[in-house]
Ligand binder design. Structure first.
Ligand SMILES: *Cc1c(COP(=O)(O)O)cnc(C)c1O
Length: 426
């Protein structure tokens, strides 16, 4: 569900014409819909609230890495949404956007001592510990401050899932978390230290998961572990169920709904008396954003291949090059005519800079505008300036209002970030 629709033959983001936006802000530009962000948060919030008996006052902590723009985070923060963060920078962004420390979870495989110290200082809700080595470092960092931060142990349940091997995180060989037996002994170790306060367990098994079965199996592992720990006399009050729920990238794709997801979690945790946390990233943001781009030209080769050359490239949207990801493509002002096959490419000097092969699309001409649908998650956050292409701009729409929330840098601004070595000047 999203709010990008044709009005009078032109694609709009809520009340704002994308043709108008392209003229004002240029291309390539990410455009986000506030109403879509709010709708997605609201659906999951309502689904959780319908199961308060089993999920407690569930925290929904948006995975900041999916879309870390301050205005996007602030839109969600105003609804009461928390933040799942994986670096000091993301904690700082969440705080700057108005997410209170008590709604911030700090996750990640390789947190430095300085980052752990920062998280303690700002009072995050919970630090998810992913290894024995990290637990020992955290205890030392916290002891130095005479602190005792709340922690959860991240379990690797040996259940990997997700839309691509590179975004599967819960498989036995994946770098995330510790196996069940080790998690139980880390919990005991943590309980014996005055410098950490173990409150629960966490898992996150992958991303773009469209079937609830692997998630349900992982949640059952957490439930069994909770019962084991309690039988041994330990207190377990929170279960962090991670993110990972997929979104329909294809028009007719089937994905589990937030309501089914929350109902499944409630079924698994029923009677356990814990407070659940969810860390959705893609589910909140993917369909709330598009990447707006202009056709530079159409290359019709004599060998019959037809290339749609866009002014957006792999540096702006990496997902197709990185994970063979599919993005639906739409014309901003669709022309009449039958669909014909295009190879859709950017101008970067790598063959990997190909968004789609043999994609049947309505006819395009040079200068036409096109959007990549479902680009609001893992899009702008991964963008870079390869080939000295300025970072794509970002725009937030809210009804009839719109604001540039990350301006495209000028070349002067780009070069100013690279002070010339003293001896090379002049
Ligand atoms: C990436 C990540 C998420 C979010 O994953 P989505 O698939 O975007 O929902 C949640 N939790 C952790 C620990 C993550 O690393």
């Amino acid at each position: 569900m999203h709010y990008f629709d044709l009005k009078d033959g032109v694609l709009h983001a809520e009340g704002v014409s994308l043709e108008m936006l392209a003229a004002e802000v240029g291309t390539p530009t990410y455009v986000y819909s506030s109403a879509t962000l709010r709708r997605h948060y609201g659906l999951l919030r309502d689904a959780c609230d319908a199961h308060k008996d089993a999920l407690g006052d569930a925290l929904i902590a948006f995975a900041v890495k999916a879309n870390s723009n301050l205005s996007v985070l602030a839109t969600l923060a105003k609804l009461g949404c928390g933040a799942d963060t994986v670096s000091e920078g993301e904690i700082r962004r969440a705080l700057a956007a108005g997410v209170p420390g008590e709604r911030i979870i700090f996750s990640g495989v390789g947190k430095t001592d300085a980052e752990l110290a920062f998280a303690i200082d700002v009072g995050v809700r919970q630090i998810n510990v992913e290894s024995s080595a990290e637990l020992e470092r955290l205890i030392l960092v916290a002891a130095e401050k005479s602190a005792s931060p709340a922690i959860a142990i991240r379990v690797n349940p040996k259940i990997g899932a997700g839309g691509h091997a590179k975004i599967t995180t819960g498989g036995a060989g994946d770098k995330f978390g510790v196996p069940v037996e080790e998690a139980l002994s880390l919990y005991a170790r943590a309980s014996a230290s005055p410098h950490v306060t173990p409150v629960g367990l966490a898992c996150h098994i992958g991303s773009q998961i469209t079937d609830l079965t692997p998630l349900e199996n992982a949640f059952r592992v957490l439930r069994d572990m909770t019962e084991t720990l309690r039988a041994d006399g330990y207190s377990v009050t929170r279960l962090d169920l991670g993110g990972g729920l997929g979104v329909p990238y294809y028009g007719d794709a089937e994905t589990a709904s937030p309501a089914d997801y929350a109902a499944m979690a409630a079924r698994v945790l029923d009677g356990l008396d814990v407070e659940a946390a969810f860390e959705p990233g893609r589910l909140m943001a993917a369909n709330a954003g598009v990447l707006l781009s202009r056709v530079i030209q159409v290359n019709e080769r004599t060998d019959g291949r037809r290339f749609l050359v866009l002014d957006a490239a792999m540096n702006d949207l990496m997902r197709p090059a990185l994970y063979d990801a599919f993005h639906d493509l739409k014309a901003v002002r669709p022309r009449d005519g039958d669909a014909i096959p295009y190879d859709v490419v950017g101008p970067v000097c790598e063959t990997g800079d190909t968004f789609a092969r043999d994609r049947d699309l309505p006819p395009f001409e040079a200068g036409d505008l096109v959007v990549f649908m479902s680009a609001g998650a893992y899009g702008a956050v991964m963008s870079g300036e390869y080939n000295t292409r300025p970072l794509a701009a970002e725009v937030l729409v809210d009804g009839a209002r719109c604001a540039v929330i990350r301006p495209r840098p000028t070349y002067e601004q780009m070069f100013a970030r690279e002070p010339m070595a003293e001896w090379l000047k002049g």
